[in-house]
Design a protein around this ligand. Sequence first.
Ligand SMILES: *Cc1c(COP(=O)(O)O)cnc(C)c1O
Length: 425
Amino acid sequence: MAAYEATLEYAHSQDQTDILFPFRERFLFPQHQGRDVIYFCGNSLGLQPKSVEYLMNCELRDWAKYGVEGHFRAGYPWVSYHRIFSERLAKIVGAGKDEVVAMNTLTVNLHLLMLSFYRPTEKRFKILMEAGAFPSDQYAVETQVRMHGFDPEEAIVEITPSEGRHTIEDIDIINGIKEVGDHLALVILGGVNYYTGQFFDLEAITKAAHSVGAYCGYDLAHAVGNIPLKLHDWNVDFACWCSYKYLNSGPGGVGGVYIHERYGNDPTFLRLAGWWGNEEKTRFKMEKGFIPQKGAASWQMSNAPVFNMVAHNASLDIYDKAGMQALREKSIRLTGYMEFLLKQITHLDFQIITPEEPSRRGCQLSLLFGENGRDIFEFLTECGVIADWREPNVIRIAPVPLYNTFEDCYRFYELLMATGKNDEM
Ligand SMILES: *Cc1c(COP(=O)(O)O)cnc(C)c1O
């Protein structure tokens, strides 16, 4: 592999030989002064696939044309709409197709899964998580603990980065799990931390959790579609994610869950039920007595929100064509290039707090600024860069392999180089 170069010619040459380059054409880019913005915010809200409009119109047409009969006669019959995602989602997260289902939204699913997997007893009631988890996850865990009559102060064990560091060592999590031991009911972590971009060793952490008799589940909001996963082989108990970040399925788009088949196929394993999770052949008999269907789909409660799933269908098609492996290969090079360029910049006060090893991160880099980070962020915004600001002083950028280019990285670098030389910044 040739070494990187900080020139536009080099960036162009990389784009020209990139087999995924044509995928950019499948997305709609916000415009800034007549050209595409430099969009580095796919970790927050992915771009709209051009095919969404057509697919949305198909559903509107089928609804108009068939009314209630659309449940069976629509192009994608609504009665089984959730099933069109299973195979494609299974490939993205590394699971059997019955181990995944698209339903609800992320925090809701986190609660539903915790109702099944967090069943504290007087002795075993603790939950281990990372310090600085996404607030929604913190609130979910805190209120679940209270709901069961425990004190969050006592029940929640947080693993923090060691003194002077920004990221957490996997070994510290594993040691933490062993320390809590018999008292540990559940480990719940963000697979990729939203703030630092750190990817955890999910296999080793799962193994450690199981070794003390605890369940282990992950919030994969920042991992899904970003890093190839092998949830089944890693023996993960459960996971959930949203689809509007890397999966480009639109604001508030349908979430997804993974539940290992040993629970999904065990009808005695407790879950809160609705009619859509019931076995299909008796669903419309409208009788007493919930009989769960096979797999994760039995956690479904309501019938599928079709209009909230159309973009998911469009986007998963694109993922399927690109392939997670090819995306990951490009991602490592693209983020590596961004990192290389950032390291050429010596006149600005910032450091990259995302781990350096590609195996410990996805595409996102988090830049922690010492001072005037906010001014730099605003300057970038005025120049047509869409990045993301996190208090107190972090700019997150996510070069996404589906639609970002080496040229995007170079242009971003060029703008940062200009900031020092422009007093009006
Ligand atoms: C984005 C994100 C969420 C958002 O939750 P919603 O229920 O989809 O609003 C939750 N957790 C993490 C870790 C996230 O990154």
